[in-house]
Design a protein around this ligand. Structure first.
Ligand code: ITT
Length: 197
């Protein structure tokens, strides 16, 4: 069966495909170019996830999920949070976002650099209120970027259990331990009656 994900983020799409294939065929916003555009101006991950899933679900009349996610740094009171994608501005450049985080943490010792990735997945079914599942992944912010896998803040997200940044871990490992993998594991338990045949 197919699973429709209201996202334009290639990094997310690649991860969902890796985690869901071959059982599920992943469709994204790239498959529905005439979907009305979605403005992510919510104050919370839940609001933004629901905006995305509801917009595409209404447009298609089908069940749609959406992922809203980000990096939360304790020393920055949870920033960049819902602003993770555009923390350094509308260029939405991973490199610029990483630079900004590193400069804000420049004075911070390793013990003050704790952080987590957070992922909320909204599930919108025609005629129902959205449901949500979530996942987190604990870590800390490295002193400098390293690694080439993944996307976004992965090069500076240090995963203590592996002694490596998320971008140094293989996709197979990331897709077992990530915030997205954890949210998806819960989603798989609740998705029983919601798939599009
Ligand atoms: P869609 O709304 O189209 O799904 P987006 O990139 O705008 O794509 P979000 O609003 O959820 O998605 O922003 C998520 C940002 O958080 C993303 O751009 C990254 O900067 C960061 N992020 C989320 N998950 C991540 C991960 O697994 N690894 C690294 N960074 C991540």
């Amino acid at each position: 069966s197919e699973i429709i994900i209201a996202t334009e983020n290639q990094g997310k799409i690649a991860e969902f495909e890796a985690m869901l294939s071959p059982t599920w065929e992943v469709k994204s916003l790239y498959d529905y170019p005439t979907c009305p555009s979605i403005i992510e101006d919510g104050a919370t991950f839940h609001e933004n996830a629901a905006k995305k899933s509801e917009t595409l679900s209404r447009f298609l009349g089908k069940t749609v999920i959406a992922d809203d996610s980000g990096l939360m740094i304790d020393a920055l009171d949870g920033a960049p949070g819902v602003y993770s994608a555009r923390y350094a501005g509308e260029s939405r450049s991973d490199e610029e976002n990483i630079k900004k985080v590193l400069s804000e943490l420049a004075e911070m010792a390793p013990s003050q650099r704790t952080a987590r990735f957070y992922c909320v997945i909204a599930i919108s079914e025609p005629g129902s209120k959205p449901r949500f599942v979530e996942g987190t992944c604990e870590g800390s912010i490295a002193i400098e970027p390293s690694g080439t896998h993944g996307f976004g803040y992965d090069p500076i997200f240090f995963v203590p259990a592996y002694g490596k940044t998320m971008a140094q871990l293989s996709p197979e490992v990331k897709n077992k331990i990530s915030h997205r993998a954890k949210a998806l594991a819960v989603l798989k338990q609740v998705i029983g009656g919601t798939k599009n045949e």
